[in-house]
Design a binder for this molecule. Sequence first.
Ligand SMILES: [Zn+2]
Length: 146
Amino acid sequence: MIKYSNIVKSDKNTANISYKCNICNFTKNGEIWMKYNINDKKHINICSYLCNNKYFENNKFYLNKVINKKDFDLIRPVNSATNYNFKILSINEIEILTDTEYIQYFTDLDDYITLNPERSRLQLDIQNEIDIQNEIDMNNNYIDDY
Ligand SMILES: [Zn+2]
């Protein structure tokens, strides 16, 4: 059992710690976005809102299984200047990002979602539709070649 006080204390040294996200399999630096218990013995690391959505699309979410609940409750300080020009990217655009850009994008995305929960959800839904449509189009083109 992890004590709340221990979680608070350990926060000071998390900047140099890296972990692997169990959803996207990327190695990330810093504080884990969410640690989540999948059973008594095992937990998973989730690195971002997007990975969170991906996982909980097929798994029911239980708040009492969130391990780092402290981070989950707090709204992080955000830099509004970086979010002003923030644009949600397509799957294809995300694929060509460098590691640094990728991490920056999802950090900005988290901030953007915090600042604009309604608008960002709508935009992500729209982008998701576009991505699905693009994939269908690509598959259709592929079939047309035969
Ligand atoms: Zn991830």
